[in-house]
Design a protein around this ligand. Structure first.
Ligand code: CTP
Ligand code: MG
Length: 236
C-alpha cells in the first residue's frame, strides 16, 4: 500500500510564541534545521514511506518552500515532497493536505510538526496496523494522572482511569476513509482536535498501537527544554 504523510506546520504557535521571540514553533531551529524538518527525516527512514505533503501558514509558504528546497539539497530527504497552504483550524490544514496527496497514495499518516521526537519504530507499528486491516490507527499511552471532568470550575465526574488513553500523532488512515470523513466533517461543521475524532464521529472504528512517552508535542515554553535534553534522535 503506497503511503504518504502530511506534516502539519500551519499553526500560529500562540502558546509558545512569547518564549520564542514571536517565532511560530514549527520554524524554531533544532540541530541546525527547523522543527518541521525533523519528523520528515524520521519518516524518510521508513522504507514504505513514499513522500510528504507539508502544510504551512499561507503567509510563510513561499519562504518555507525555499527553506525545504535548500535543506533537501544539502541533507537529501530521499523522497518527494510538496508544500501547500493550511487553514484557520488544524482540521482545515489537514483538509488542504489531503487535497494535495497524489493519486497513488492509499494510506496516509497525519503528523504534527510540533512532535519531532517520534521514531521509525512507531511509524512502522502504525503502518503494520493499516496493512492488517485497520481503517484508522493512533498511538496511545495509558494515563497515570486521575482525570476529572470540570464544569464552570466544579468537578462533575471522574472517568474510570483504566479506560483512558493519551493519544499522539502520527495518526494513520486508509486515505479514502480519511478523505471521505473529512468531507463530512467539513459539510457538518464538526469541531475536532485530531483526525481520529473525525472517524469516530463518522462511526468508523479507530484502533490503537502503543505510543511513545518521549513523543511529546512542543506546546508551552517549558517544553523547549526537551529540545536541549533530547539525545535519542539521530542528527537530522
Ligand atoms: N496546525 C496547523 N494548522 C492550524 C493549526 C495547527 O497545521 N490551523 C498544526 C501546528 O502547526 C502543529 C499541530 O497542528 O504542528 C498541532 O497544533 P498545536 O500544537 O495546537 O499548534 P498551534 O496551533 O500552532 O499552537 P497554539 O495552539 O499554541 O497556537
Ligand atoms: Mg493550536
Amino acid at each position: 500500500m503506497k503511503c504518504w504523510s502530511i506534516i502539519l506546520a500551519a499553526g500560529s504557535g500562540s502558546r509558545l510564541a512569547p518564549a520564542a521571540g514571536g517565532k511560530k514553533k514549527q520554524f524554531i531551529e533544532w540541530k541546525g534545521a527547523p522543527l518541521f524538518w525533523h519528523s520528515a527525516v524520521v519518516l524518510s527512514r521508513v522504507a514504505r514511506m513514499q513522500g510528504v505533503v507539508f502544510v504551512f501558514p499561507e503567509e510563510d509558504l513561499e519562504f518555507a518552500r525555499e527553506q525545504l528546497a535548500s535543506l533537501d539539497k544539502f541533507r537529501c530527504l530521499g523522497m518527494p515532497w510538496f508544500a501547500v497552504a493550511g487553514g484557520k483550524r488544524r482540521q482545515d490544514s489537514v483538509y488542504n493536505g489531503i487535497a494535495a496527496l497524489p493519486r497513488e497514495c492509499q494510506t496516509v499518516l497525519v503528523h504534527d510538526a510540533a512532535r519531532p521526537f517520534m521514531t521509525p519504530a512507531l511509524v512502522n507499528r502504525l503502518l503494520d496496523a493499516l496493512k492488517d486491516g485497520a481503517q484508522g490507527v493512533i498511538p496511545a499511552i495509558a494515563v497515570t494522572d486521575t482525570i476529572k471532568v470540570v464544569d464552570d470550575g466544579i468537578v462533575t465526574g471522574t472517568p474510570e482511569r483504566a479506560t483512558l488513553r493519551a493519544v499522539q500523532t502520527p495518526q494513520g488512515f486508509i486515505r479514502s476513509v480519511l478523505q471521505q470523513a473529512h468531507e463530512t466533517c467539513r459539510a457538518e461543521d464538526w469541531q475536532v482536535t485530531d483526525d481520529a475524532s473525525v472517524l469516530e464521529q463518522a462511526g468508523i472504528p479507530v484502533a490503537i498501537v502503543e505510543g511513545e512517552p518521549a513523543n511529546i508535542k512542543i506546546t508551552h515554553p517549558e517544553d523547549l527544554s526537551m529540545l536541549e535534553s533530547q539525545t535519542n534522535t539521530a542528527p537530522a
